[in-house]
Design a protein around this ligand. Sequence first.
Ligand code: GLA
Length: 397
Amino acid sequence: MKTLKISMQFLLLFAVLFLSVQCKGKAEKEGTKQTENAMKSQKASLAISQEDFGKLPTGESIQKYTMTNANGMVVSVINYGGIITHLEVPDKKGKIEDVVLGFDSLEGYLTPAPYFGALIGRYGNRIADGKFSLDGTQYTLAQNDGQNHLHGGNKGFDKVVWEITKITNAESIALQLHYLSEDMEEGYPGNLNTTVTYTLTNDNTLKVKYEATTDKKTVVNLTQHSYFNLSGDFSKGILDHEISINADTFLPVDETLIPTGEFKEVAGTPFDFKQAKTIGKQINEDTEQLKRGLGYDHCWVLNSEAQGLSLAATAYDPESGRYMEVLTTEPGIQFYSGNFLDGTLKSKSGGTYAKRSGFCLETQHYPDSPNQEDFPSVVLNPDETYISETIFKFSVK
Ligand code: GLA
């Protein structure tokens, strides 16, 4: 009897042990399954698609590449001008809307448009009188902005066809754009081999990395010319957006918007954005600099605390709650309040783009640097690689 009791106890213990091992195995399997599923959905949620976006007058086909992340953030880029045509992000209620000005079809970008969403090169911003010298040789560029040269000339990087490669990694997706700008194209010396990579991650960050090499001494200053309206409603102006710029000084300009060479303290001027304030707060103040720019159209000298990426500016639309941080490796940022928009261009949502319906935060070296010795150099030598990085990070508050 006693032996039977003991063996029953053993049997029970054995059964309990067996069952618990079984359950543990099942749970572990479930766990692995869940991780696998999560990885699968992470991969599935980071996706790149491609579609036709029309044809250039030359017959060349233009493609639109769309990157999507797990939160439904969308970034569409076309191989014409490397233009960001759509950038959709959630508002504080989770509503996903487009926050960049642009057009729904290629035609919009072929009629003279103010660089909506485009890559700008070889030189973002102005070069006085379209002239600069390197080692005693003078180079002459197009004077396409009054007497000055603007945004790379008549056919800058915003109007060329880029070669696009899709890149898919575990944690990010990217579009790598390549363009070889030939020696003396638009008057600039050297074959400039240029790569721009747009990378999207699941933390709603869009990174833009610019790289270039040359075979002759030249000047380079690349940037991205997206016009933002964080409200997601292009019929609304941007004067209620709150902007901050991490800069103690800015570069005052002459009547033709070329920097005078002075580094002016922002303190006590409408150019002080060290504490966030609305764009509209002081934009109409009666000051010479605001009159010259028809509003804000100036370069701020960034307080870069460290080497590498540092916070340059923020933008916030209180109504939608959308918040954008701009980080860069560049020493300057051109804040342009969309002063030249005049209601003639048709918007994606049906209306038109009115004055100040979008603003730009263009990270860059200072305007006219090739002619201003006190500005950081924009010279690129054959043994060097130009590298510049900017991050646009979206969230809500
Ligand atoms: C830049 C310039 C502006 C204007 C726009 C495009 O932001 O600084 O003056 O040329 O591009 O219209």
